[in-house]
Design a protein around this ligand. Structure first.
Ligand code: NAI
Length: 348
């Protein structure tokens, strides 16, 4: 067989850039080939954690794609040629950004694949509770269905007499604000990092402190990232400030809310209902919080008052397509020296 021209001239082919997908996510690689082109070799492993990879698999990797894995300092140290990490999603709390920055490794996220899905999901949880859908659904499908009549409960209220409180007015928080407004809620938010005037642009109300937002929120929806500041931000003291009969929705990150405090306030009736797409530990492991035990056991006091979804707020086929393509594009841009969505250690 004839040698390629460059080989006969004694010229070595330029080394290929290796991008590693440590989790096997897709059945084919046509999107990645299209986005990365010929100068990048896409390597796919089937690991559960980065520690499962061999040193040889890490040695030449310049770009690391991660969906759900932790990327700790010890993991980063195993990639001597690493230049960029792309978190294939919004939250980056599982990546040790200090360790990456110490080696000038770029960390980028993909913030714009599921904004509308998560906003729709937060509204769906809020409305399923506030319209009594979860409650009536549970009662009607009982072995002896409940009487064919509506139920009086603190859960069910007209939207336009309620304040919809938002913690974190970023991409998703804004999308939720627009939706809640369209449903007739009065909308307030707490986000100390939004510039003044954001409230005027959206025609909503700004709370200057968490306490003042909590005092007025008949529905409270969390859309802040998980940071040292937001971890445990809603404990017993804070949740107790909510109006009696409030509904709490969390589609952001589980550890922002103290689930035991939420469970206690649900049990005593101070909080009427909760919709949780995220939990402190996912998937839950034993010993699980009492609230989850009561939920799974179908305890009567909690009927129709707690809706749990498995961190699926973002999930649509369209969002998965966007994650795939935009993640690859983000990595290609980072490796080409035109990074986008860069996350620095000082960002939350
Ligand atoms: P974003 O970065 O656009 O907005 C976050 C907002 O939170 C920013 O405006 C920021 O100023 C604010 N914030 C930060 N610290 C705060 C604090 N201490 N108090 C109040 N506000 C604070 O992020 P985006 O795209 O809106 O996503 C929000 C969160 O949603 C993500 O961080 C992620 O945890 C979660 N998420 C959940 C998904 C799911 O499927 N359940 C999918 C995508 C995102």
């Amino acid at each position: 067989m004839a040698k390629p021209a460059h080989a006969s001239r004694g010229v070595r082919a330029a080394a290929m850039t290796i991008v590693l997908y440590p989790e096997r996510l897709y059945a084919d690689d046509y999107v990645e080939r299209e986005v990365f082109g010929r100068k990048v070799t896409v390597r796919v492993a089937d690991a559960k954690t980065l520690a499962d990879l061999t040193d040889a698999e890490c040695a030449d990797v310049e770009g690391l794609m991660t969906l759900g894995m932790w990327v700790r300092a010890a993991d980063i140290a195993r990639f001597p040629r690493l230049r960029a990490i792309v978190r294939m999603g919004v939250g980056y709390d599982r990546i040790d950004r200090e360790a990456a920055a110490a080696r000038d490794i770029l960390v980028c996220n993909v913030p714009d694949y599921g904004t509308t899905e998560v906003a729709d999901h937060a509204m769906a949880l809020a409305l399923a509770l506030r319209r009594g859908i979860a409650l009536h659904h549970d009662l009607q499908r009982g072995p002896a269905p409940a009487p064919w009549k509506s139920i009086t409960t603190p859960l069910i209220r007209r939207s336009n007499v309620q304040t919809f409180g938002i913690i974190g007015l970023g991409r998703i928080g804004i999308a939720v604000a627009l939706r809640a407004k369209a449903f007739g809620f009065k909308v307030s938010f707490f986000d100390p990092y939004r510039p003044n005037g954001s409230e005027l642009a959206l025609g909503i109300h700004r709370a200057r402190s968490l306490q003042s937002l909590l005092l007025q929120s008949d529905v409270l929806s969390v859309h802040a990232p998980l940071t040292p500041e937001t971890r445990g931000m809603l404990g017993l003291a804070e949740l107790s400030v909510l109006p009696y009969g409030a509904v709490v929705v969390n589609t952001a990150r589980g550890p922002i809310i103290d689930i035991d405090a939420l469970g206690a306030l649900l049990r005593e009736g101070h909080i009427a209902g909760a919709g949780l797409d995220v939990l402190p530990v996912e998937p839950p492991v034993a010993p699980e919080p009492d609230l989850l035990t009561a939920y799974r056991a179908g305890e009567e006091w909690l009927r129709g008052r707690l809706v749990i979804t498995p961190h699926s707020a973002f999930h649509t086929p369209e969002a998965w397509d966007d994650i795939r393509r935009k993640s690859a594009e983000t990595m290609a841009a980072a490796l080409a020296g035109n990074p986008q969505n860069v996350i620095t250690p000082d960002m939350f």
